[in-house]
Design a protein around this ligand. Structure first.
Ligand code: HEM
Length: 138
């Protein structure tokens, strides 16, 4: 991944995290996006979930440094957890996830613009592509 894209994402993530509501706003929007999403999270402890999601943004950042081995090294567990044999998260839910995330970044990052949007899209696609490839093989 292009160093400029990584840096743009990293800086935007810090600006978003300066807003203590960032991940609450994301999960609020994501849960409202479909009853299917709400159902999946019906027993979730969101304080813990928010910390795990924040950590996974940094794992995606690490994965992006090595397109060949990075995703498996840093996202293997996450992919297995979301696969058909565990949480069973299909591709249509990832579209809602990304749309909800981008809308929340737009709301929380004062420097949001096309470059920031593309950086988030490109970085998150590393995680989403890998997790979907592993959907049936975990
Ligand atoms: C690239 C996209 C995604 C990332 C980075 C991500 C990240 C995470 C992380 C870090 C966890 C905690 C794993 C653990 O330690 O157990 C988790 C759990 C979970 N994720 Fe995702 N996720 C993604 C996409 C999705 C999507 C699209 C859905 C659809 C509904 C989803 C639903 C869930 C559920 C239901 C849990 C379990 C919550 C619980 O323990 O109650 N995730 N996710």
């Amino acid at each position: 991944m292009d160093e400029k894209v990584i840096a743009t994402f990293d800086q935007s993530l810090h600006r978003c995290d300066n807003n203590p509501q960032f991940l609450d706003l994301f999960y609020e929007r994501f849960l409202d996006s479909s009853p299917k999403v709400k159902e999946k999270f019906k027993n979730t402890d969101f304080n813990k979930q928010k910390r795990l999601l924040r950590a996974s943004f940094y794992l995606i950042l690490l994965a992006s440094e090595d397109p060949e081995k990075g995703p498996e090294r840093y996202l293997g567990y996450l992919a297995a957890r979301h696969s058909a044999s565990d949480l069973d998260i299909g591709s249509e839910l990832y579209d809602l996830w990304l749309d909800s995330l981008l809308a929340t970044v737009k709301e929380c990052d004062p420097d949001y613009g096309p470059e920031v949007e593309q950086a988030w899209e490109q970085m998150m696609e590393i995680g989403i592509d890998y997790m979907l490839r592993r959907y049936h093989h975990s």
